[in-house]
Design a protein around this ligand. Structure first.
Ligand code: APR
Length: 232
C-alpha cells in the first residue's frame, strides 16, 4: 500500500460509514451479520415504529448503546485522530451514530445521521444522554416521549448539518471514504463535490460497490489495516 503524506494537503475530509467501526466489533448495517438482516428497520428505525411503540424502539437503541460501549475505537480511528492533534486540517464527515471518532479524540466530526448519545423532545429540544441505559424515556420538563436524535428511514437529513458537510467536502483537496456501501443518499454524491475542487479521491473498502468508479484510487483492505499503513 502506498503512503500518503498528509502535510501535502491543505484540508482532508474523511467520510466514514459502518465499515469504519467494523473492526471495533460494531456490526455494519448491510451484508452478512448486518443489523438490517437481523432486525426489521420498519419495527425499530423509523418514525412510524416509534409512534406505534416508543418503549420497544428505545429498548432496541439501548441494546445498540450497550453493544457500542463494549467496543473500543481501533488504531484506524486513532490514526485519524492523530492527524487532528498534529494540527493537520481535517474534517470527519460520518454516517455513523456510534461516537467512535469522538472517543478516539476527534473534535471536528459532522454526524450526518445523528447520534446514539442524544435524545430529542418534540418541545424541549435535544439533550445528551451517554450511558448504557437512557436516564429517562420521557422528558423531565413536559413528560413527552424522548426519541433518539438519529436520522431514521424516511427522515430528512438536517439541512444545516448537510450544508456544513458539503462545504467541507467542496474545499478539501484529499477526500478519503472509508467503509460505506454508498447506497444511502447523500453518500453517493459526495465524491462528486470533492471533484469540483480537483480533490484526490480515495476509497477504502474491502469490496467495490456502484460508487467505486467515482474514486481515483481504491484500497481494497479493511479500515484499520489501510489507515495505519497509509498514514504512517
Ligand atoms: N473496513 C472497511 N470497510 C468495511 C469493513 C472494514 N473492516 N467491513 C465492511 N466494510 C464495508 C462493506 O464492504 C460495506 O461497503 O462497509 C460497508 C458497510 O455498508 P453499510 O452496512 O451499508 O453501512 P453504511 O454505508 O454506513 O450505511 C449507510 O444506512 O441503514 C443506514 O443510517 C444507516 O448510516 C447508515 C446508512
Amino acid at each position: 500500500m502506498k503512503t500518503i503524506y498528509p502535510e501535502q494537503y491543505k484540508h482532508i475530509v474523511f467520510f466514514t460509514g459502518a465499515g469504519m467501526s467494523a473492526e471495533s466489533g460494531v456490526p455494519t448495517y448491510r451484508g452478512h451479520g448486518g443489523i438490517w438482516s437481523r432486525y426489521r428497520w420498519e419495527e425499530y428505525a423509523c418514525q412510524e415504529a416509534f409512534d406505534a411503540d416508543p418503549d420497544k424502539v428505545l429498548k432496541f437503541h439501548e441494546l445498540r448503546r450497550a453493544a457500542v460501549l463494549a467496543c473500543k475505537p481501533h488504531a484506524g480511528h486513532s490514526a485519524i485522530a492523530a492527524l487532528e492533534k498534529k494540527h493537520q486540517r481535517i474534517t470527519v464527515v460520518t454516517q455513523n451514530i456510534d461516537g467512535m471518532h469522538q472517543r478516539a479524540g476527534n473534535r471536528k466530526v459532522i454526524e450526518l445521521h445523528g447520534s446514539l448519545w442524544r435524545l430529542r423532545c418534540p418541545y424541549d429540544g435535544v439533550s445528551e444522554d451517554i450511558g448504557e441505559k437512557y436516564k429517562s424515556y420521557k422528558c423531565e420538563k413536559c413528560g413527552n416521549w424522548l426519541r433518539p436524535d438519529i436520522i431514521w428511514f424516511g427522515d430528512s437529513l438536517d439541512q444545516g448539518v448537510m450544508n456544513e458537510a458539503i462545504a467541507a467536502i467542496r474545499h478539501c483537496d484529499l477526500f478519503v471514504s472509508i467503509g460505506t456501501s454508498g447506497v444511502v443518499y447523500p453518500a453517493a454524491g459526495f465524491p462528486r463535490f470533492a471533484k469540483e475542487n480537483n480533490a484526490r479521491c480515495i476509497e477504502i473498502n474491502p469490496e467495490a460497490n456502484e460508487m467505486s468508479l467515482l474514486y481515483d484510487e481504491a484500497i481494497r483492505n479493511t479500515a484499520e489495516k489501510a489507515l495505519t499503513e497509509i498514514f504512517r
